[in-house]
Design a protein around this ligand. Structure first.
Ligand code: MN
Ligand code: MN
Length: 324
């Protein structure tokens, strides 16, 4: 550590596949006074309806993130998010397998601590129920948010009475609790054997919903125009890796064919409205179904791209002394 900045020096010696398994080999720390951004893992998959395994998502993404280069820690190298943002790996939050209500309450209070310190949470799920405690914590600080939601599924199903939580009810609950404003929210990549009713319900609630076919017709730039027009600050970005085609992201619990390419999702994340984003998650990475780490590597790179979005427009940090 040097001055007010946790330097990665101690973590960055040796080859990229060695050392501590933090995200992109960022320093492991829970000192929020030293962070602009906290990478937070939520190893939870008790809300899935089909294949379990997203509890290993944070671990898989961190492993794959070893391949990310710390460019920019050198003074004249390519720009990297770490030149402008103090990024710590906060580690994983506690979850209580089998006890989802208690887990959701615990996660909410933990995220309130992070958000309350003025730190931007970048969350590695976990199944898509992971997003709900993050939204609850962020809404307490920022009020009602716009949601930019990449997913094969609208996650707008109603839960059965008395049992609200599964990974497909997240944004229905978020709307009911007033955490997000559907009229200022966009859903992208919806497809598969969904009932037309569900899509109509999401649209009737106000969401600007682009099915995967509509996205294919609209293209990346048209979709970014839509996001720019509809979303307004504060914006939360939730990225279910199953928005991507299983050819590019097989390691997930509920794959749906004919989705986005990895190229398209990278370009979409790159084009997010930089100034207004208050949080990000990538969820539903289930390494047991992955092949050659391609899903986890994509997720790690999407987090990196998101960090670049957050870094845009910020000044370079003054004390950068890393040598790799
Ligand atoms: Mn989802
Ligand atoms: Mn999904």
């Amino acid at each position: 550590m040097s001055g007010d900045r946790l330097l990665p020096d101690e973590w960055q010696r040796g080859p990229r596949y060695g050392g501590a398994y933090t995200f992109a080999r960022c320093p492991a720390s829970r000192d929020l006074s030293l962070a602009d951004v906290a990478i937070v893992g939520v190893p939870m998959d008790m809300a899935v309806l089909y294949r379990a395994g997203a509890r290993f998502g944070p671990r898989g993404i961190r492993d794959a993130s070893g391949q990310l280069r710390p460019h920019g820690w050198e003074p004249d190298a390519l720009e990297a998010p770490f030149d402008k943002l103090r990024v710590v790996d906060y580690g994983d939050l506690d979850v209580f397998p089998g006890y989802i209500e208690q887990t959701m309450d615990h996660l909410t209070s933990e995220f309130k601590r992070i958000v309350g310190a003025g730190v931007i949470p970048v969350v590695l799920g976990g199944d898509h129920a992971t997003s709900l405690p993050v939204l609850r914590a962020l809404a307490e600080r920022h009020g009602k948010m716009s949601l930019v939601h990449f997913d094969a599924h609208p996650d707008f199903w109603p839960g059965p009475p008395g049992r609200p939580y599964h990974h497909g009810t997240t944004f229905r609950i978020a709307v009911e609790e007033g955490l997000i404003d559907p009229a200022a929210s966009v859903q992208i990549g919806i497809r598969g054997s969904l009932s037309a009713n569900l899509i109509e319900e999401a649209r009737a609630a106000g969401f600007h919903l682009l099915t995967a076919s509509e996205f294919a017709a609209r293209g990346v730039s048209g979709t970014l125009e839509d996001i720019g027009r509809i979303a307004r600050a504060p914006v939360y970005v939730s990225l279910d890796i199953d928005c991507v085609d299983p050819a590019y992201a097989p390691g997930t619990g509920t794959p749906e064919v004919a989705g986005l390419t990895s190229r398209e999702i990278v370009d979409l994340v790159r084009g997010l409205p930089a100034a207004s984003v208050v949080g990000f998650d990538v969820v539903e990475v289930a390494p047991a179904y992955d092949q050659a780490e391609i899903t986890a590597l994509l997720a790690a790179n999407l987090v990196y791209e998101f960090l670049l979005v957050l870094a845009a427009g910020r000044e370079r940090l003054s004390r950068v002394s890393h040598k790799s």
